[in-house]
Design a protein around this ligand. Structure first.
Ligand SMILES: Nc1nc2c(ncn2[C@@H]2O[C@H](COP(=O)(O)OP(=O)(O)O)[C@@H](O)[C@H]2O)c(=O)[nH]1
Ligand SMILES: [Mg+2]
Length: 271
């Protein structure tokens, strides 16, 4: 059986210390274990360090590593929205964090589960998941609160929306790409809810996961931004959304204050 072609996107913002080992471990794994076509693309965004040089140096050893450079700090979501424009090149499109929290073996176990699914969500919360290093207590707490809010708003019954490892079918990406607007870490909720609404099949599959030092998350600010973004997403899908348009400048001001990229305007004519 021919293996599907896979594109792995890695969003990276000031990741000069973490991206090298992650990229190399994925590239080595692909070379040794993945028989199909695979491309690794790092979406370098808003970097003021040597992330790009590290990626280029690593890419010199592997011809299937590429990169995109976005000069502005567009956020994890913003980086992935851009990266997902490459979806037409592969059967399956996945993404993982630059920190290597989910290793290549575990990521490719998601690829192996993609048969019959439109999206395979790497999950730390279902049976079979292995957590080598837990997040600090305050992050676990924020994560539980966020999960509670997401479930109350969207009733998706997905146990772990936030794990940074997911695999999508090309047709699913193309179907919902214009609904992807959230630029920050709540991007995953935007993605999953758009897929659900489109009737896509989403399955959760266990991953191996290790909390890594050097997180790009700033606890309070990120939590607040993620809350605002899921609230906005909830409102986006209600009839009152067009009436909230006059609040746009206020929204822009709040995201700026919280030093995070604001959600993009809709290209689907709903803004
Ligand atoms: N916080 C943040 N992360 C970004 C941004 N752009 C890309 N990322 C990437 O998003 C991924 C998740 O960040 P990470 O620090 O691993 O989050 P954590 O695992 O929740 O602690 C990493 O690959 C980051 O480099 C950005 O503007 N802000
Ligand atoms: Mg991470």
């Amino acid at each position: 059986m021919t293996q599907p072609s896979v594109l792995v996107l890695i969003p990276a913002h000031n990741e000069e210390f973490r991206i090298g080992p992650t990229l190399r471990s994925y590239a080595d794994y692909v070379r040794q274990h993945y028989p199909g076509k695979c491309r690794l693309v790092v979406v370098v965004n808003g970097c003021s360090d040597h992330t790009l040089e590290v990626v280029q140096k690593t890419a010199a050893d592997y011809d299937f590593i590429g990169w995109q450079v976005i000069p502005d700090r567009v956020g994890k979501g913003g980086a992935l929205i851009e990266g997902l424009r490459l979806a037409t090149q592969s059967d399956l499109i996945g993404y993982v964090d630059a920190d290597g929290a989910t290793g290549p073996e575990s990521f490719f176990s998601l690829v192996a589960r993609a048969e019959g699914a439109d999206c395979v969500v790497g999950s730390r919360r279902i049976s079979g998941a292995v957590i080598h290093q837990l997040q600090p207590t305050h992050r676990q707490f924020a994560s539980k609160v966020f999960h509670f809010i997401v479930q109350a708003f969207f009733q998706m019954d997905i146990l772990d929306t936030q794990c940074g490892a997911k695999v999508l079918r090309q047709s699913a990406v193309l179907q919902i790409h214009d609904q992807l607007l959230i630029a920050d870490m709540a991007f995953d909720v935007n993605l999953l809810y758009a897929l659900k609404r489109a009737g896509c099949v989403i399955v959760e599959a266990p991953v191996d996961w290790t909390d890594k030092v050097g997180t790009k998350v700033t606890y309070l600010r990120t939590s607040l931004v993620m809350f605002l973004s899921v609230l906005r997403l909830r409102l986006f899908y209600t009839p009152i959304y067009p009436w909230l348009r006059p609040l746009r400048p206020l929204e822009g001001w709040i995201y700026k204050l919280l030093r995070n990229p604001p959600p993009r305007s809709s290209r689907a004519g709903k803004s």
